[in-house]
Design a protein. Structure first.
Length: 147
């Protein structure tokens, strides 16, 4: 009986160390990321790429552009403010979204289209695929850490 009591007490003690937290609903987190993507695209259309990319970037964000890695919000803003072309229109839509089981990290990928006027005044367009990694910030907002 003594061993049964000690075993039971140990079991209770160990189970009290287990962290019981309600896991966020993953589908809700996915919807939050999709909504953030839509807000990001809308801001890019309304306020320009520099404003949108710097706003939706985390403090430690990185982007790959023209074969280089650009780090941080300020450098990302500078990059988009100094593009060598004008009248840029960028649209995108995620085809896929997934999140970690803790709902604090996620990623999207999908298609994008870009249209711009080059330095010779010629209208150009291109399309391709994007991949964005999102991290939930302390304030609960999703910001990209990689684009």
């Amino acid at each position: 009986m003594k061993y049964l009591f000690v075993s039971f007490a140990a079991l209770v003690l160990l189970s009290s160390c287990t962290r019981y937290t309600k896991q966020p609903e993953l589908n809700d987190c996915k919807r939050e990321i999709i909504q953030t993507e839509k807000e990001f695209e809308k801001m890019a259309e309304d306020k320009g790429l520099a404003e949108a990319f710097s706003f939706f970037a985390s403090d430690s964000a990185a982007i790959r552009a023209r074969g280089k890695i650009i780090l941080g919000k300020t450098e990302i803003r500078n990059h988009y403010n100094n593009l060598p072309y004008k009248n840029v229109s960028l649209t995108w839509s995620p085809d896929f979204v997934d999140v970690s089981s803790s709902c604090d990290l996620g990623y999207t990928y999908g298609k994008y289209k870009i249209a711009f006027t080059d330095s010779l005044g010629k209208n150009n367009s291109d399309s391709g695929y994007f991949h964005t990694v999102w991290k939930k910030q302390k304030d609960g907002k999703w910001r990209f850490v990689w684009d």
